[in-house]
Design a binder for this molecule. Structure first.
Ligand code: ASP
Ligand code: MG
Length: 423
């Protein structure tokens, strides 16, 4: 068994869907579980729909639904010239029930409503893709992942119940391979014990591929992307990026931790536990080698990796009563930061102050100052950049620090992290 994952960009229009069919045809002998995300930017659009529902803005709700309807309808129209094809009715029914939802009782749990609605992006995507694969002659079946992956009741961040999921995989997914060769299913979504839909967190489809590979003891997972593999830096910030050919699970977890966004970090652990290699390959050039993430650490040091985080805020807290920064202060600070949803990218303490670095886009520094100003002198600096280099040397440091002032630096043997400001 192999598990494939195709993200939103790989099914963003009719040609992209045709390309998925082409890639599947390159594996005529394998049993495949194919995990698919919502098409293009549909998840963002679905989030807007939930927002309109929540604000009771019916006009906007219906407009946004109409826009998504047209988007999927257009892709279907290009893929299925036969107008009476069953897929049209399925699309119609799905959108009708979404429209009608506006006048049904709304739960008072936003995250619950979110999951019931946003998950439909994946459902739509997979019914269209699966129908097309059938037309193309692939021996496929459509699997409803809302009946396979079991989670707790944490809507929008469902935690997987591994034992139950494994049992459901054995009961509902594996038997399909008696007479089918390819199972097409949704990424990102699961269900509670009562059968309500949950989601696994944004960009969670990679994780779905990891879960299903773990539960089926698959021989490998391949994530098909619009890049040639895992690169040593985001091309957005860096001109001459290099592809990482082979890295360890451990290294991939480190890179994801520091902010590399190629693979959802939760994906790697289940694969590491069972020693299942993860390939990252280009859907544009499926014959090319890509990156393989596997057990051996022998290759990790070959290419230095750079991870950039922009628009950072560096904030320091000094207790006003001149007490040293000790456990009670830190406990208090952390609790408040968690309350404000601040995600800390780096921290440092000294005898008299404690500093944190966080994303400006996620946390408003003014709010934190307000909160802490009675007990602490709070200072902060905005518009900073955090660069992390794995497997650094002096040349790589020089390369990223041109015209920068370094405000803070942390080094271990493998990793250097620098908070910098333009000179
Ligand atoms: N469609 C979901 C998202 O965009 C899950 C995924 O693509 O991985 O977050
Ligand atoms: Mg997506």
């Amino acid at each position: 068994m192999k598990v494939f994952k195709f993200g939103g960009a790989s099914v963003k229009d009719a040609n992209a869907v045709r390309n998925v069919s082409h890639i599947l045809s390159l594996f005529p002998k394998d049993q495949l579980i194919v995990v698919i995300s919502a098409m293009g930017k549909t998840t963002n659009a679905m989030e807007q729909i939930v927002d309109a529902l929540w604000k009771r803005d019916e006009k906007r709700y219906l407009e946004l639904i109409e826009d998504r309807y047209q988007f999927h309808q257009l892709i279907a129209a290009e893929l299925f010239p036969e107008k009476h094809y069953y897929i049209y009715q399925q699309i119609e029914e799905l959108f009708d029930s979404l429209k009608n939802r506006f006048h049904l009782p709304v739960s008072d749990n936003y995250n619950f409503e979110y999951d019931q609605i946003v998950s439909l992006g994946e459902v739509l995507s997979t019914i269209i893709v699966e129908a097309f694969m059938k037309e193309e002659g692939h021996l496929t079946t459509w699997i409803d992942c809302r009946k396979v992956i079991r989670t707790n009741h944490e809507y929008r961040e469902g935690e997987v119940d591994w034992a139950k999921t494994e049992a459901l995989v054995n009961e509902r997914l594996i038997p399909q391979f008696k007479d089918k060769r390819i199972a097409i299913t949704q990424g990102f979504i699961g269900h509670t014990s009562e059968g309500f839909t949950t989601t696994l967190g944004r960009e969670g489809s990679d994780f779905t591929a990891g879960i299903l590979a773990y539960c089926t003891q698959a021989e490998s997972v391949t994530i098909w992307k619009d890049v040639p593999g895992m690169l040593n830096a985001d091309p957005k910030w860096f001109d001459d990026t290099v592809k990482l050919q082979k890295i360890s699970f451990k290294e991939a977890i480190e890179l994801a931790y520091y902010g590399a966004t190629v693979i959802h970090p939760k994906t790697i652990k289940p694969l590491q536990n069972k020693g299942i290699p993860l390939y990252v390959k280009s859907f544009v050039d499926p014959g090319a080698e890509g990156t393989v993430i596997q057990e051996s650490t022998d290759f990790d040091h070959l290419v230095p990796s750079f991870i950039f985080k922009m628009e950072q805020v560096l904030m320091s807290f000094t207790p006003k009563d001149f007490s040293f920064i000790v456990e009670e202060n830190l406990g208090d600070i952390f609790q408040q930061l968690a309350f404000y949803g601040a995600k800390i990218n780096l921290m440092q303490n000294s005898a008299l102050s404690f500093s944190i670095l966080f994303d400006r886009s996620k946390t408003d520094p003014i709010k934190l100052v307000e909160k802490f100003k009675d007990q602490y002198t709070v200072r902060y600096n905005e518009g900073l950049e955090l660069v992390t280099i794995r497997h650094y040397d002096q040349a790589t440091i020089n390369r990223v620090t041109v015209d920068k002032d370094i405000l803070l630096e942390q080094r271990t043997r493998q990793t250097i992290r620098m908070v910098m400001k333009n000179k």
